[in-house]
Design a protein around this ligand. Structure first.
Ligand SMILES: Cc1cc2nc3c(=O)[nH]c(=O)nc-3n(C[C@H](O)[C@H](O)[C@H](O)COP(=O)(O)O)c2cc1C
Ligand code: SF4
Length: 362
């Protein structure tokens, strides 16, 4: 696996002596995009941060809260030194103070990370979250590190201009940062390679490194699925009806063209379960994780959950489907991407599994 390769001490020392502008240029040329789900060009983000005046900060986002995603944990467990080198290189390029924001549920990895930081002689601080999905969203993460309740901030100003304690802040995902030392040293480094977290109704769940551009069925076959009715793209990327889209090419663009979101490359295989029942669980998750700051997500999101419970229990009416559709669209004006992602998944499922909803309602 590309993500498990290492660089030599000599190569690392040489990067740390290289002019920061040259490193940014190389990252931009490599085409590396953020692996936290939004695919923002990493070189550009580093450039924006470097152009901002003030005492800069780099934060490695190790919150990994998207259901079905476990690739960042895989990197921390299997190639921690390369990840830490990526953070140290970011610290050098941005002249920044470095942090890792570690998912609360990964606290058991804290000691291992601390020991490796000490061994490598780096200055990286660790902040542990308290188990809130919203704290993976970059501005809520900043609030959390500042010791406040996790809720998103208004953007702009973007973190690269005004982030942690109003200092210019670059926030990058674990997989993004682990790729930095590799793309700077390995000639055959391939931007198209992604870590897929495959789970659900499969015999071999796990992290698979695969190039974008493969067919959906070929990716899933590696995990030896038992029966595939549908595929959940985490909880925010929609649910794919497998028979209709088994030949769909897997890439952010081809997915968004069909109203799905590849996001952090999590695929949860659904066997024979009812989509309405799965959506009800997804809605319960979002209602639990909503920070409550804005009305569409707090109120609309709750109402969607109640309607899904009604439909799932067989007491739904045809008008409930219309209301679900309207409410899901209303979520698109939510304050942050948590509410938008929730609405997106509901709208996408209503579109692709309409028959199943109709069949459950009188
Ligand atoms: C609700 C929500 C949860 C998120 N959770 C994570 C997360 O756990 N890890 C992550 O890297 N990005 C997460 N993101 C995306 C971050 O806001 C941000 O885009 C990312 O950390 C930037 O890093 P990248 O450019 O390297 O992808 C989340 C976004 C939202 C809206
Ligand atoms: S959409 Fe609104 S209520 Fe939901 S998490 Fe974001 S800010 Fe909070």
């Amino acid at each position: 696996m590309q993500i498990l390769s290492r660089i030599s001490h000599k190569e690392f020392k040489s990067i740390m002596k290289t002019d920061p502008q040259k490193i940014i240029k190389k990252i931009k040329e490599s085409g590396l995009t953020g692996r936290g789900g939004a695919e923002f060009p990493t070189g550009l983000k580093w450039e924006f941060t470097r152009k901002s005046r003030g005492e800069r900060v780099l934060i490695c986002n190790a919150d990994e809260g998207e259901p079905g995603t476990f690739k960042d944990k895989f990197i921390i467990e299997n190639n921690l030194s390369t990840l830490l080198q990526g953070i140290a290189i970011g610290g050098h390029v941005l002249n920044a103070e470095c942090f890792i924001y570690l998912r609360g549920e990964y606290s058991y990895l804290r000691g291992k990370i601390e020991r490796m930081i000490k061994k490598l002689g780096f200055n990286i601080k660790i902040v542990t979250g308290a188990g809130a999905y919203i704290c993976g969203e970059e501005t809520s993460l900043l609030e959390s590190v500042e010791g406040k309740r996790g809720a998103p901030r208004q953007k702009p100003p973007y973190p690269t201009m005004e982030g942690l304690w109003k200092r210019p802040t670059c926030i990058n995902n674990v997989e993004t940062l682990a790729n930095i030392p590799l793309l700077l040293t390995k000639k055959d480094w391939d931007e198209k390679k992604r870590l897929f977290s495959l789970s659900g109704n499969v015999k071999k769940p796990g992290v698979y490194e695969l190039p974008l551009g493969m067919k959906l069925k070929d990716i899933l076959s590696l995990a030896e699925p038992k029966k595939i009715k549908a595929v959940c793209l985490g909880y925010s990327g929609g649910i794919i009806p497998f028979d209709k889209f088994k030949n769909l090419v897997v890439s952010p663009k081809s997915f968004s063209d069909k109203s799905f979101m590849l996001g952090s490359c999590a695929m949860i295989v659904m066997g024979n379960r009812s989509v309405v029942n799965v959506l009800k669980n997804i809605a319960e998750f979002f209602v639990h994780e909503s920070c409550g700051k804005c009305i569409p997500c707090r109120e609309g999101g709750f109402k969607i959950m109640e309607l899904l419970k009604k439909v799932d229990s067989g007491k739904g009416r045809k008008k409930d489907i219309k209301e679900l559709k309207d409410l899901a669209e209303y979520l698109d004006v939510s304050f942050c991407a948590l509410g938008k992602g929730y609405g997106f998944t509901i709208s996408s499922a209503l579109k692709h599994f309409k028959k199943e909803f109709d069949g459950k309602c009188r």
